[in-house]
Design a protein around this ligand. Structure first.
Ligand code: GLA
Length: 769
């Protein structure tokens, strides 16, 4: 594939331009200049940070080592047990010299880092019944020995600044003694963070200072690289520069074995997607011994990702040749998440010795095709659906870089199914899903099942209640052999009806042929639900040599009864496709949006925080003295960022400076009144723990909210029975930027809290007086 073939060359050129030292190794050498011979495939292991934060002790790591062995993780390649921040007690001015005197080891400098003895206690390793002098502060050394005995390796953490990100002792100015200490402990992997100051006077009076330039960043980690190379021990070097200022991918291959490409990952779908998007564009910089690191895995962490999202996360990381560092507590991980981590065919893609990370074949509307050449001539292909609705994603074998052949074998690395195709690759990929294939150019593949796809499209996505829509369902045979008795059907939810209008083609479907059926679908008559989304399920069935088969895909159509025209609507979300519905006194809003209360658009977002919500409102409906009330009868989801409530704001649709307040109940049962007194572009959160005007935990179920305006002062109440109202805080909030006598817009609002992912909230009995 010409595109992929040039990546290595481009990576080299980039590295040569940025780091002239590389020019001497010349155009035939691989991109990495850190010649430590390590991490020729991306490191695999465990790190405590995602699940434990600072709450760690030695036992956690003994347990993880045991579980690596017991669960089979070691056997599929996981190797490193990595300790993150918070293991250190501090730096001891005397300790190095004492150590040299008692143990005779070749310490060259004092000021040694010491493990925290409370959490990594000294261990009587020689079984003498007492802690010997050379066993003092051996908590990490003893752990290393234990881990090594099990065929595993130990990793540790420090910072290239004066402190770690949790404010403990960092390595700036002490790189040599720290590298020596780590080597003496038998450490195999060092993650060196970026926190702390980068100028300091050390305990022995030396001044060390690095500028905040790209060169300054490179120099900080280079100092530790050199110190590690001095040691008589191979140590994988992980550059944890999570800033974008440092641009570690441009110099990382010269300095470390891996480098972070993003800010910290968190256990959420938006974070996974954000880190993927920031990293997939950097593929050219990575190769054997030098990897892009989009941060550790959130598979199985806190049950935050769905099973399908876990599979996508793991697939994308494998496609990107990312380090596979497990973030879940293996004592508590659910079996399905563990099975994801154990998928050896996906791991084989990650660990492919060619070390060529995936590039984007095509991308648009959240539908991604990625491909990655593999050492044996196969190609790894991922069809990734970033969006919240099922979608067909297609490509061709040639577009993925596969060699030209009369047929190709496709191994689905999650379902285990093997099919053949004459070239086209197409699948219906569910919301947030990834179909991952290993593709082999193989003209003899016709003995396998044919690759068959079914695609459903609707003539409209939104129709009135009782209205009609045409849905066409096409089944395509991409295999080389004919299918028999091919039929299609469309399943609709109860209340919906469908009627077959036409069907083309024959039931014997030749190679490359398609058959299309058109169904006329009728939405249910309006009941008490203004917005009714239906996932219509298209199914194609056929017979072939190996037996009966079927595939399915779905298309979403929404029946909508719109809002009474006298009420304007506002949609300030970035995707701007909120739906607004009304039946009697029930109002419904299906919308995405980051939300209110100082939202950000997820990790990596650097723009100014802006409120994003959708609202149904009365223009100028809140006079200087007025009360608005509504019952939130359905919340969008159980997420804390999913918020529904009442808003009074000067300009509901303008989404400029707030000039007003929002009272909401969140998906996680928290009621708050938020406001901005500083004139920013977003409501400023009031601190949930302060207990004054928010963060109040309320029961699940219906919550009635009441918001009273008196001039520029607002008072908020909530009730779980519609009768007894509780005031939020002890007084009203007075906003200096609200003109006391000017009427404001007032209405109900909703935001899902996740940009691009709509949820639906409902409101009952909205009134203003
Ligand atoms: C930074 C890193 C994280 C973790 C923490 C520990 O935020 O990016 O991966 O190591 O520090 O404090």
């Amino acid at each position: 594939m010409p595109e992929l073939a040039t990546h290595r060359t481009r990576g080299l050129l980039a590295a040569v331009l940025i780091a002239p030292v590389l020019a001497t190794v010349g155009a035939t050498a691989p991109a990495q200049a850190l010649d430590n011979g390590l991490a020729l495939t991306p490191p695999m292991g465990f790190n405590d940070w995602n699940s434990f934060g600072c709450d760690i002790d030695a036992q956690d790591f003994y347990d993880m080592a045991d579980l690596f062995v017991e669960t089979g993780l070691r056997d599929v390649g996981y190797e490193y047990i990595n300790i993150d921040d918070c293991w250190m007690e501090g730096r001891d001015a005397a300790r190095g010299t004492t150590e040299r005197a008692t143990s005779g080891r070749s310490m060259t400098a004092p000021y040694r880092l010491l493990p925290d003895r409370t959490y990594f206690p000294d261990v009587d390793e020689d079984g003498s019944g007492a802690i010997e002098a050379d066993e003092e502060y051996n908590g990490i050394k003893a752990l290393t020995d234990y881990v090594h005995e099990r065929g595993l390796k130990l990793g540790i953490y420090s910072s290239a600044g004066t402190t770690t990100c949790q404010g403990l002792a960092g390595s700036l100015g002490y790189e040599e003694i720290d590298a020596q200490t780590f080597a003496e402990w038998g450490i195999d992997y060092l993650k060196l963070d970026t926190c702390g100051s980068h100028s300091t006077t050390t305990m022995d009076g030396r001044t060390v200072s690095y500028p905040d330039t790209v060169e300054g960043y490179e120099a900080r980690w280079s100092t530790m690289r050199d110190a590690l190379l001095e040691q008589d021990r191979p140590i994988v070097f992980s550059i944890c520069d999570f800033t974008t200022a440092g641009q570690s991918w441009t110099w990382g291959a010269d300095v470390g074995n891996l480098w972070r490409t993003t800010t910290d990952i968190s256990a959420s779908w938006s974070s996974v997607v954000s880190n993927f998007k920031q990293t997939i564009v950097l593929s050219e910089y990575a190769g054997p011994g030098a990897w892009n690191d989009p941060d550790m895995l959130e598979v199985g962490v806190d049950g935050a990702l769905t099973p399908r999202e876990n599979r996508s996360h793991f697939s994308l990381w494998a496609m990107m040749a990312a380090p596979l560092i497990i973030g879940a507590d293996l004592r508590e991980i659910d079996p399905d998440s563990l099975s994801v981590l154990l998928n050896d065919e996906v791991i084989a893609v990650d660990q492919d010795p060619l070390g060529e990370p995936a590039t984007v074949v095509s991308q648009g509307n959240g539908r991604w095709v990625l491909s990655r050449p593999l050492a044996n001539g196969d190609v790894a292909v991922a069809l990734f659906n970033e969006t919240g609705t099922a979608s067909s994603i297609s490509t061709t074998a040639l577009a993925t870089g596969a060699e030209s052949a009369s047929a190709y074998r496709l191994r689905d690395l999650w379902s285990g199914a093997t099919t053949h195709t004459s070239g086209r690759i197409s699948a219906s990929v569910p919301a947030h899903g990834t179909v991952m294939y290993r593709l082999t150019s193989d003209g003899g593949a016709a003995s396998e099942d044919a690759l068959v796809s079914v695609d459903a499209t609707a003539s409209a996505q939104t129709i009135p209640h009782g209205g009609l829509v045409d849905v066409s369902v096409t089944v395509t045979n991409d295999g080389r052999t004919a299918l028999q008795q091919t039929s299609v059907d469309l399943a609709v939810p109860s209340g919906w009806h469908r009627e077959l209008r036409s069907i083309s083609g024959k039931s014997t479907l030749a190679s490359g042929a398609s058959r299309t059926a058109v169904f006329r679908v009728t939405a249910p008559a309006v009941g008490d639900d203004p917005i009714e989304a239906a996932d219509l399920e298209a199914v194609a069935s056929w017979r072939q040599r190996t037996g009966s088969r079927s595939v399915s895909s779905s298309v979403r159509v929404t029946a909508l009864t719109v809002v009474d025209g006298s009420w304007p609507t506002a949609d300030t979300t970035a995707d701007g496709d909120a739906l607004f519905g009304q039946v009697g006194d029930i109002l419904a809003i299906a919308s995405a949006g980051a939300g209110v209360s100082n939202p950000t658009r997820g990790p990596g977002f650097t723009g100014a925080a802006t409120d994003e919500y959708a609202a149904i409102y009365a223009a100028g409906g809140a006079s200087s003295t007025s009360t608005a009330e509504v019952t939130v009868s359905q919340r969008g989801s159980t997420a804390s960022g999913d918020r529904a409530g009442i808003m009074m704001r000067n300009d509901m649709a303008g989404n400029g400076q707030p000039v007003g307040v929002a009272l909401y109940v969140s998906g996680s049962n928290s009621v708050a009144l938020v406001y901005a007194t500083d004139g920013g572009t977003a409501y400023t959160s009031i601190y949930p723990t302060s207990g004054f005007f928010g963060g109040t935990t309320v029961p699940a179920g219906e919550i009635t909210l009441r918001l009273m305006r008196s001039g520029s002062t607002y008072t908020a109440y909530w009730s779980s029975d519609g009768t007894t109202f509780n005031q939020l805080g002890t007084r009203g909030i007075t906003l200096p930027d609200v003109a006391a006598t000017t009427p404001q817009d007032v209405g109900v609002f909703h935001a899902s809290g996740t940009p691009g992912e709509a949820t639906e909230a409902q409101f009952q009995g909205f009134s203003t007086s």
